[in-house]
Design a protein around this ligand. Structure first.
Ligand SMILES: [Zn+2]
Length: 85
């Protein structure tokens, strides 16, 4: 009986474990990507990658600028209480 894909992946994992080269993978064998840091918009609760400030600012512009400037949408990213100093 030929080995299944699962068995083959498990064998590769064991081999990589011994060699110390095993990359983290999910149960389905796909590599686990490092999670991107995200922030949740305080207005609409949309979760966005917070390293992309252009995107965050563009998102903030979709809200009323008087009520929801980017500092209110993303307080962790744009602290407005002077903590930046
Ligand atoms: Zn929003």
């Amino acid at each position: 009986m030929p080995i299944s894909k699962k068995d083959r992946i498990q064998r590769e994992h064991k081999k990589a474990d011994k060699a110390g080269t095993r990359a983290p993978v999910k149960a389905n064998g796909l590599p686990v990507k490092a999670p991107k840091p995200t922030s949740i918009c305080q207005n609409c609760r949309r979760e966005m990658v917070n390293t992309n400030k252009v995107q965050l600012e563009a998102h903030a512009l979709t809200h009323d600028q008087k009520m929801w400037p980017k500092e209110k949408c993303w307080p962790e990213v744009y602290p407005s209480d002077g903590a930046a100093n």
